[in-house]
Write a protein that binds this ligand. Structure first.
Ligand SMILES: Cc1cc2nc3c(=O)[nH]c(=O)nc-3n(C[C@H](O)[C@H](O)[C@H](O)COP(=O)(O)OP(=O)(O)OC[C@H]3O[C@@H](n4cnc5c(N)ncnc54)[C@H](O)[C@@H]3O)c2cc1C
Length: 424
């Protein structure tokens, strides 16, 4: 069928069905059931698709994800530090198809049209929906000399996959006595403890392989997540190998030369052997192209995660504004379950759950057997999410070696459970 005929068929609403789970021919809305299209198969989207089918098997759920495999950022830092192979963080969508009957399409979405209630693929196919969930993750702001293509020289590795491998290779190629420089982004950004866990594990690698090396963090912030716990661990495990410079005291970046691996700050030019520049962030491009953004992120009704701009389109995960929740995989997973639940209730003409509860836990490895964590429970109110007082908490300072080792085991357990919850 050529493209013109395909579009004609859609316009005249002739109902065809999917010929195969992963290859779309053409579709119109099913007559006997509701259809929810989920865009993006990461922490938010994969969870949402699975839980929609669990909550309402009668609903047709289509997941559209551009890649056949998903590489998690969580535990990506262990790959960079040589503790795990890249295969460790690789997942696919086969079980979502076979066990949960989610229809998975591997294509890039050009736009979600909330007025027409259609998802438009880059290949021109058009998929109508009753409700859509969008979880496109983040994109990066090109800034201060860090432009498109700069990641080939100075990888951010803040989307996992080829850049994770590249940063790993650069670290392996670095001379003993070299300098690893990270630029850590301003708030808000994906995974607040992520850069500092990475520095910890890079330090672990360097201590064991290139002990004369040095790490400098040029931070675009005055403080960071779990700062006391990280700094306690750095001092204990890595001595003075890591130097953290806050935005107020030498960290502020004026200009970057990714090819030369040089950073100009207010005071000096810092030369790196490996430069890990993590740019400022914003919602994924699809959110902008679909008119879901206000400023850099997507405003949502925090009780349902329905967009405040486009009706019947729900935005979850890093792209949404859901503070106080951090932009994390666990948050995206929790938000996905709430969106799936509220959509199911709306489609069944039942009142929504009010107020919904959400949760987040972030584990970080300071070394393979040294873990720290922060956890919180949240309640969604009219237009904001608040922390439930007394629920959750932070790892204690000055804990024993055994305590830290147990937290490291919990971190591995968290990863296995979380990815099983998404993909198995
Ligand atoms: C170094 C690092 C460490 C981290 N560690 C942790 C951790 O320990 N714990 C934790 O909870 N979180 C952690 N995170 C954060 C976590 O990775 C993110 O918060 C999470 O991935 C957000 O999920 P998401 O669904 O919003 O986006 P993503 O997981 O990025 O998923 C977005 C998906 O949408 C797809 N997509 C985008 N646009 C399109 C399009 N136009 N068409 C089709 N598909 C599209 C993408 O291919 C992608 O698969 C870490 C992040 C980093 C960088």
């Amino acid at each position: 069928m050529n493209r013109r005929n395909f579009n004609k068929l859609l316009v005249s609403s002739v109902a065809l069905s999917f010929t195969a789970c992963s290859s779309l021919t053409s579709v119109s809305l099913p007559k006997d059931k509701k259809r929810v299209v989920v865009v993006g198969g990461g922490f938010g989207g994969a969870t949402a698709a699975k839980y929609l089918k669990k909550f309402s098997p009668e609903t047709e759920v289509i997941l559209i994800e551009q890649n056949e495999n998903y590489y998690t950022c969580p535990f990506g830092n262990t790959v960079i530090a040589g503790m795990n192979d890249i295969e460790y963080i690789k997942h696919d969508y086969k079980t979502l198809e076979s066990k949960y009957k989610v229809q998975v399409i591997h294509e890039k979405v050009a736009k979600v049209d909330g007025v027409a209630h259609t998802v438009i693929l880059e290949n021109g196919d058009v998929i109508p929906f009753h409700k859509a969930i969008v979880s496109p993750g983040i994109d990066f702001k090109y800034e201060k000399g860090y432009v498109e293509g700069s990641e080939m020289y100075s990888p951010h590795a803040y989307k996992a996959g080829p850049q994770t491998t590249l940063l790993r290779e650069q670290l392996e190629g670095m001379k003993d006595g070299g300098t690893y420089v990270m630029v850590s982004p301003p708030n808000p950004f994906r995974c607040p403890p992520g850069p500092y866990e990475r520095i910890s594990l890079v330090a672990h690698y360097l201590k064991n392989n290139k002990p004369n090396s040095k790490i400098i963090i040029l931070d675009q912030k005055a403080k960071f997540s779990k700062q006391g716990l990280f700094q306690e661990g750095w001092e204990k495990l890595y001595g003075d190998m890591i130097e953290w410079r806050s935005v107020e005291f030498g960290g502020k970046v004026e200009k970057v030369d990714p090819m030369k691996k040089e950073i100009t700050t207010e005071d000096e030019v810092v030369k790196a052997d490996v430069l890990n520049y993590i740019p400022s962030q914003k919602a994924g491009k699809l959110a902008f192209d679909s008119g879901l953004t206000k400023g850099d992120w997507c405003p949502v009704n925090t009780k349902t995660f329905e967009s405040r701009i486009v009706k019947d389109v729900y935005v979850i995960g890093d792209a949404s504004i859901a503070s106080k929740m951090p932009k994390s995989g666990f948050s995206a997973n929790s938000q996905a379950k709430i969106a799936a639940l509220q959509i199911t209730r709306k489609l069944r003409n039942k009142p929504i759950v009010n107020p919904p509860k959400l949760a987040n836990t972030c584990y970080s490895l300071v070394a393979p057997n040294y873990g720290i964590s922060v956890a919180a429970v949240y309640e969604a109110h009219e237009d904001k999410i608040i922390k439930v007082p007394g629920a959750g908490g932070l790892s204690p300072m000055n804990a024993s070696e055994g305590f830290r080792a147990t937290e490291a085991e919990y971190a591995v357990g968290w990863y296995k459970n979380q990815t099983a919850d998404m993909f198995s």
